[in-house]
Design a binder for this molecule. Structure first.
Ligand code: PDD
Length: 283
């Protein structure tokens, strides 16, 4: 099934959902978004995504058009309409349609859209074999904690990784690791997890928070601190976390193998704990 859309109050087939070329999301990337994973027909960690969505909207002075209860009802309806068992929900709100002018328009209705798509479960072989990554300079703005529609530097980095035969680009700013182009980054050192601390330089990942919480529950030490670029290649294990990839070991960085055993013991344990958490919360 190709999926369905929700646009400004109506559910409709994905291919029929159209927005104006004067939408500020199209012309300026003036909006925010979320991606929510659906497991067994249940949206995973909806509340965490709502919280971040609200923070992102507030950060760009965008009024949230719906309450969390209204969002949730629509999301559950969309999932049911699309018979979405394993899938993802994309939510996007833009400042709306107005003649092109950088300043906020005086009176404008936000454009509210969602897509509901089925997706295959994460490829287990990727989780077992791991993926390759490269490092690249982080060329993004100073508010990367906002999940904004402006993804051009992320897209360019991801494409560069793809052209280099890698899955992800790990971004580095002033010698410090920020995050992946589409994920958060964790290292394993002496059995503990190390990850960049939350700041405006990176997204406060929903998966990152779950992984750190699970690690602590499993007695795995967690350090949230500045991570220097050279620590990546010295790590015992390296892994990426995110809504669509879950927990993904990195076996090669810039063409050089990472660690000694792949996938490492910690990433395996965390990956299993994550899958268990998903099963317990979504049935
Ligand atoms: N992105 N950092 C960046 C830059 C991301 O784009 C993402 C995920 C993450 C992980 O966040 P979370 O665990 O909340 O998904 C970190 C989504 C999936 C996307 O843009 O498609």
């Amino acid at each position: 099934m190709p999926g369905i859309a929700y646009l400004n109050g109506h559910f409709l087939p994905l291919e029929e959902a159209k927005i104006s070329i004067e939408d500020r999301g199209v012309q300026f990337g003036d909006g925010v978004y979320e991606v929510i994973r659906v497991y067994h027909g249940v949206p995973f960690r909806l509340h965490d995504h709502f919280l971040r969505f609200e923070r992102s909207a507030q950060a760009i002075s965008l009024p949230c058009p719906l309450s969390n209860t209204e969002w949730e009802a629509l999301i559950r309806e969309g999932i049911a309409r699309n018979h979405c068992d394993e899938g993802k929900v994309y939510i996007q709100v833009t400042r709306g349609v107005a003649p092109r002018d950088h300043c906020f328009p005086d009176s404008v209705c936000p454009t509210l859209m969602m897509t509901f798509r089925n997706m295959a479960e994460v490829d287990v072989s990727l989780q077992w074999q791991g993926v390759h990554a490269i490092t690249l300079p982080d060329l993004r703005w100073a508010r990367c904690s906002v999940k904004s529609l402006n993804l051009l530097p992320n897209i360019l980095a991801k494409q560069a990784a793809n052209e280099a035969g890698a899955f992800e680009a790990i971004l580095v700013k002033d010698g410090l690791v920020t995050e992946g182009a589409t994920s958060n980054v964790c290292l394993v050192k002496q059995g503990g997890i190390v990850t960049p601390f939350l700041s405006d330089q990176l997204l406060s990942g929903v998966t990152r928070a779950i992984v750190l919480e699970l690690a602590r529950k499993h007695g795995i030490a967690v350090e949230e601190r500045a991570v220097r670029e050279e620590e990546l290649s010295q790590a015992d294990e390296l892994f990426l976390v995110g809504t669509t990839i879950e927990v993904l070991p990195v076996t090669q960085l810039n063409g050089v193998p990472v660690g000694v055993r792949m996938p490492g013991a910690v990433v395996q344990e965390i990956g299993e704990a994550f899958r268990h958490c998903v099963r317990s919360e979504t049935g």
